[in-house]
Design a protein around this ligand. Structure first.
Ligand code: SAM
Length: 280
């Protein structure tokens, strides 16, 4: 089996370590950040680039984004004397496990005529909302967001737990109008602008077939899970983004606590930020 080094022990490296084919064995992550040396990511050691090359890998995958960084890292590997195969994780951008999972779930939910609307908490610029809307053309799509970014009240809790470095107002550069323009079936969209869970008031009678929770933070994720689960039709699905995120660690805590309570295991998805799916 060929030996591979994943250069970049961040979110992209984590994704590649899960997606890499069985003809490769990942021997280590390499990273330029000294603080990471000696750590493990998914049980795989993180070492310096020089040490990783001393293991004589057959392949190095550059797990970063941006052409400039990629060029720098190629140069660094050359200087370290590596003359094996180098590939870039940019290739993985061609494939999107999160979008593929949504499409496959939608096909099943639509074929089964599972009842209920669709919803997303955490819309930002509407990229994933547009995919949901396209995959469920006949269903109402409820879109929950402050459209002004993270709220102080959620960020306070986040900081209290030490889950992330989120700041109030992050993700504020968006608007309802720009999201609406992106949707293939805008007439199906219902916007709920403001702070969740307050914006759910008055909607208690709804039922859902597909829900995306992508609010990044612990507090809104923990608030949304019981609200949507209670109203999810049998056969429906909740997709939670950032379940395996290295940046927003509160999402996993919120999901795991909730799933333990309802005695269900979340199904992990190998996308960039590590989503998971909860089925009823
Ligand atoms: C990462 S963005 C969503 C990205 C989007 N789903 C996509 O895939 O393109 C997270 C969003 O969650 C929203 N958000 C976080 N906490 C919220 C809360 N308590 N109520 C409403 N929106 C919230 C933020 O305003 C932000 O737009």
């Amino acid at each position: 089996m060929k030996k591979a080094v994943l250069f970049g022990a961040g979110q992209v490296g984590a994704m590649v370590s899960n997606l890499i084919g069985s003809s490769y064995r990942v021997i280590c992550f390499a990273d330029n950040c000294e603080d990471k040396w000696g750590e493990k990511l998914f049980g795989i050691p993180v070492v310096s680039p020089a040490e990783s090359i001393s293991f004589k890998p057959d392949l190095v995958c550059l797990c970063v984004t941006g052409n400039e960084r990629i060029a720098e890292m190629k140069d660094q590997l050359k200087k370290l004397g590596f003359d094996g195969e180098i590939i870039s994780a940019e290739t993985f951008k061609l494939f999107d496990s999160r979008a593929a999972t949504l499409r496959l779930l939608a096909e099943q939910i639509n074929a089964n005529n599972t009842e209920g609307d669709c919803a997303e908490l955490g819309v930002f610029r509407g990229d994933f909302a547009a995919l949901i809307n396209g995959a469920f053309p006949g269903r109402r799509l409820h879109l929950f967001d402050t459209f002004e970014g993270f709220r102080e009240i959620d960020v306070e809790r986040e900081k209290g737990f030490g889950f992330s470095k989120a700041g109030a107002g992050d993700f504020s550069d968006t608007s309802e109008e720009s999201v609406r323009e992106k949707l293939p079936y805008p007439e199906k969209a219902v916007f709920h602008r403001g702070w969740f869970p307050e914006t759910f008031r008055g909607l208690e009678g709804l039922s859902f077939s597909f829900v995306s929770i992508d609010a990044d933070l612990y507090a809104p994720t923990a608030a949304a899970l019981p609200v949507f689960w209670e109203r999810l039709s049998p056969g429906g699905a909740i997709m939670v983004h950032d379940y395996n995120s290295l940046q927003y660690k509160g999402v996993k805590k919120a999901v795991d606590d909730f799933c333990t309570e309802i005695k269900i295991l979340p199904f992990p998805v190998p996308d960039l930020h590590g989503s998971c799916v909860i089925r009823k």
